[in-house]
Design a protein around this ligand. Sequence first.
Ligand SMILES: *[C@@H]1O[C@H](CO)[C@@H](O)[C@H](O)[C@H]1NC(C)=O
Ligand SMILES: *[C@@H]1O[C@H](CO)[C@@H](O)[C@H](O)[C@H]1NC(C)=O
Ligand SMILES: *[C@@H]1O[C@H](CO)[C@@H](O)[C@H](O)[C@H]1NC(C)=O
Ligand SMILES: *[C@@H]1O[C@H](CO)[C@@H](O)[C@H](O)[C@H]1NC(C)=O
Ligand SMILES: *[C@@H]1O[C@H](CO)[C@@H](O)[C@H](O)[C@H]1NC(C)=O
Ligand SMILES: *[C@@H]1O[C@H](CO)[C@@H](O)[C@H](O)[C@H]1NC(C)=O
Ligand SMILES: *[C@@H]1O[C@H](CO)[C@@H](O)[C@H](O)[C@H]1NC(C)=O
Length: 848
Amino acid sequence: MATVIVILLLLPLLPSTALAAFPYFLACGAASNVSFPGDSPARTFVPDAPFLSSAGRVPAVTSTGSNTIPPLYAAARAAGSGFSYSFADPDTATVNVSRVLRLHFFPFTSSSSVNLSSASFSVSVRDAYTLLSSFSPPRDGVVKEYFVPGDGSGEFRVKFTPDAGSTAFVSAIELFPAPPELLWRRPVKPVGALVDSVDVNAWPQQALETVYRLNVGGSKVTAANDTLWRTWLPDDPYFSSPRGLSQVNSTSTPIIYGTSIGYTREVAPDSVYKTQRAMNMASQQLFLTPGPFNLTWTFALPPPAPGSDSDYLVRLHWCDYSLVSSVVATGIVFDVYVAQRLASKDLDRNAADAAEQPNEAFYLDYAATAPTTGNLTISIGKSDKSDAGGMLNGLEIMKLRRADNLNSAGSHGRRKKILIGTLSAALGVAVLACALLCLLAVLRRRRQAPTPAPEEKESTQLPWSQHTQDGSSWVDMSNASGAGMTGGLHRMSMQLNISLADITAATENFNERNLIGVGGFGNVYSGVLRDGTRVAVKRAMRASKQGLPEFQTEIEVLSRIRHRHLVSLIGYCNEQSEMILVYEYMEKGTLRSHLYGSEEPPLSWKQRLEICIGAARGLHYLHTGYSENIIHRDVKSTNILLGDAFIAKVADFGLSRIGPSFGETHVSTAVKGSFGYLDPEYFKTQQLTDRSDVYSFGVVLFEVLCARTVIDQSLERDEINLAEWAVSLQQKGELAKITDPRIAGQVNGNSLRKFAETAEKCLADYGLDRPSMGDVLWNLEYCLQLQETHVNRDAFEDSGAVATQFPADVVVPRWVPSSTSFLMDDSVTDSGIANSKAFSQLSSGDGR
Ligand SMILES: *[C@@H]1O[C@H](CO)[C@@H](O)[C@H](O)[C@H]1NC(C)=O
Ligand SMILES: *[C@@H]1O[C@H](CO)[C@@H](O)[C@H](O)[C@H]1NC(C)=O
Ligand SMILES: *[C@@H]1O[C@H](CO)[C@@H](O)[C@H](O)[C@H]1NC(C)=O
Ligand SMILES: *[C@@H]1O[C@H](CO)[C@@H](O)[C@H](O)[C@H]1NC(C)=O
Ligand SMILES: *[C@@H]1O[C@H](CO)[C@@H](O)[C@H](O)[C@H]1NC(C)=O
Ligand SMILES: *[C@@H]1O[C@H](CO)[C@@H](O)[C@H](O)[C@H]1NC(C)=O
Ligand SMILES: *[C@@H]1O[C@H](CO)[C@@H](O)[C@H](O)[C@H]1NC(C)=O
């Protein structure tokens, strides 16, 4: 009872700060509370006057007019002389824990005499750490975040000192203890000789300033979604490797935290661990030469200057979504480089004591010195010990801010604040218990808060539900008349359903005899349906779950569109976990099998042209003929099939993507495609447009002309890649060296020349420089025209020199179609187009 009276008597004498406790959220200069009910937990920024050391002297300034300024930044505390804030900082079990200090600066124009735009000032805390000096906040405003060690003095003071003749200001302040596991809980690994490991042991007594905080492979995580009101930005602007080398992976399975060893949601929220950028191992097969590669992020930092801090704490976050090997504890293994130095060799979960299960979050802290170039790089490299590539989920870079005078840290404040310390101790029981309870409640609430679902990286556009584990149909029939899908499409996919019994009957129970092809997806059989239709049956390998998206895409694309030059889907079957697609039967097989590597008689030049025209027409229809553009993504000679009378049809839509919609220029997607055909620009930028198909088609054109594989490892280095080799010869005018000798006698020089030019244009480095599929089609039609004219004139001329001698330039008038509709209209036959007005004009204008 006596104590209570003493406290009550003392109350009026206490600085008001002693009454409040963590966490502190101040709206500086504001007259009323500013609330953020959307934060979890919700926060209220309260007016700052009670915490200001001399409120009367330091004016509050408010912005004039503009209501576009967020309420928190509509006022500020500003002065031409120094001012400070004092916060009660209970000395408790959290004494060794860093305090999180966030300072918000948002300059605005005001009618008062102070000019915030020209402010320049320094900020120090605890009279020990200078956090900012001669600082002028950028015009758009900035939030600076620091971690400052506790010192047990009972008080936390933040001091603002304007430069001579200038102004100091602050818009908002956040101050609360960091969760104990956030910092220094796990060992810090020094990287490179410059970092002294003895010194690193003393880092926990120093302050840190956050310079970069990224959600790698994911979207922005805002303060409202983070466990400690942090902001995590996407990594794209800092990712400096070619885009195609990486792919973004994500998981929808909950993230596991080894809380007992310091991995908790307070360290980084689920949304950071649920997305990652991983090495795209397929990129090694798609391109010939890259060999081993790194994924690298580059960060600009101020170059180290004498006497200033240049040490950084680099925290890298990982989460391994799958156990690659069934051997316990063997997950993904990779190398880590920080500032161009090897930081961790063959890193795996064990290195971080993370337990042996998938989806378990972990991080490592590295100590590094900024390179003299000023750029700090972080690289993930493939380990020799693993075929799987590396990955990264999150990244934080914090600059070490050493105490101004090492001896002053901690001791200075202590001497000065004995009175407050004592009083705090007296009040401690009540205030502290309250603060701790609040904090505990807050933390508990956050742990229980439901984690936000990860954002869908690629929308599947599929109207049906996902495959269910029990093997039941993944086509959601209950949705037949439901909203959100086109009824016609659904009816169509239902009509396409074929029973497994019918398919087994058609293929004589998948008899080896009927096997006509083996591919990545599975086997292809020929068969005859009950009604006598000959079909090709593509059966997915049972275990290949990853085939499902491709299976669905193929049905999606093919059930929507029908075209004379696109292989028709007759049906599909997904009974008993089977994924089977049934197509029209293409009797002559793939284009490639008629070009090389088989016993088939060679195709004539005219046949080749007609096949290319057919395939181009199919692709042109895909690109433009449907309301949503479709990009094939896997154009190659084995995906162009030949039917009766060598009619060409484009097949295999498993990788197709709905293209950019009106107004967009591209879609971003993980790089897929085939070795030797892949568009290098798409590989570099991951931005897919229909011009990527044009590139691949250009490779097919050269393949048709030269009758050789697109990648032939047995050749000289320059000659391995057909696309590169053919373009270089074409530029030197020596393409004849590699044209198929079997067509030499029959080919018209102009036709050949035009064909080669067209193929070369398709292979332009940049998509913008490539023709559209419509242009390609038109050019090929013209090649055929040139060839026909030639044949008519010199029907029996047989000059072996024709193919090897290019005539003088052929003047090709460019015909710009006023409407491309005639090319899309399937009812117009091939000959109908060839004889169209434009063409008859052109053929008569042929210079020969
Ligand atoms: C401002 O917020 C504080 C803390 O949430 C609360 O105690 C106080 O009543 C609020 N004041 C007003 C005027 O709403
Ligand atoms: C704080 O750290 C010091 C030195 O590292 C240690 O001696 C002390 O026990 C710690 N105090 C608490 C409460 O953890
Ligand atoms: C405030 O300072 C900025 C930068 O020095 C200057 O451009 C601006 O004119 C000043 N505004 C006023 C009202 O003095
Ligand atoms: C952030 O939280 C809000 C509300 O809880 C939620 O709607 C939103 O999807 C979350 N965003 C992210 C990126 O997690
Ligand atoms: C990323 O996803 C791809 C495709 O699903 C997979 O092959 C690869 O192993 C994954 N990478 C990592 C690091 O999990
Ligand atoms: C990866 O980056 C590190 C550091 O920059 C470098 O030493 C190493 O050679 C790189 N590895 C490859 C395969 O480029
Ligand atoms: C630092 O990185 C930037 C952008 O990533 C780049 O433009 C600059 O050339 C780099 N500087 C050095 C010295 O490497």
